[in-house]
Design a protein. Structure first.
Length: 168
């Protein structure tokens, strides 16, 4: 199967801000009150990185996000804590090599993703977000913001910063 088949079969669309392709698959009928207002209790999406769109840009969400690997190539996550501690994790099927099938990125932490090289030209995951995802709760990193917040590790994050975007 090639990534165009996955895009068609799952009705994915280009992600308007982060890169890759996505489709929201679930929105809870239940809601909860947060300091940011009322939010759905849980939302979920499919997210696909491909050889043509291999990077999920650096972003931060106020809610916790659990990522689940489904099929295809592994995906490397670069994660930065609010204190500026950088770590890397690989979401993928190669458990004996230290990869994991699911990965938690806590709310308030920055994350970026990159398709790992290999035999497959795509990597398909799902993300479950709780409280549910709202664009108002998500920051797409800017060059100035990351230089100011993390001057020591900025060079390691620069490739994940989206150069131009209009964000809601």
């Amino acid at each position: 199967m090639i990534h165009n088949d996955i895009i068609a079969l799952l009705s994915l669309e280009p992600h308007p801000y982060e890169g890759g392709y996505f489709r929201r698959t679930y929105e809870s009928d239940l809601s909860c009150n947060t300091k940011n207002g009322s939010r759905m209790l849980l939302t979920s999406i499919y997210f696909l990185l491909t050889k043509d769109s291999p990077i999920g840009c650096l972003c931060r969400n106020k809610s916790d996000i659990i990522h689940y690997h489904h099929i295809g190539a592994s995906i490397k996550y670069t994660i930065v804590s609010p204190e500026g501690v950088l770590s890397e994790k690989i979401l993928g099927p190669h458990l004996a090599d230290g990869e994991t099938l699911q990965l938690l990125v806590p709310g308030g932490w920055w994350k970026a993703s990159r398709l790992c090289p290999g035999d497959c030209d795509y990597g398909l995951i799902s993300e479950a977000v709780s409280p549910g995802f709202e664009y108002a709760d998500n920051d797409i990193a800017t060059e100035e913001q990351i230089q100011q917040l993390f001057p020591d590790i900025h060079p390691m994050l620069a490739e994940y910063i989206k150069r131009s975007s209009t964000y809601p």
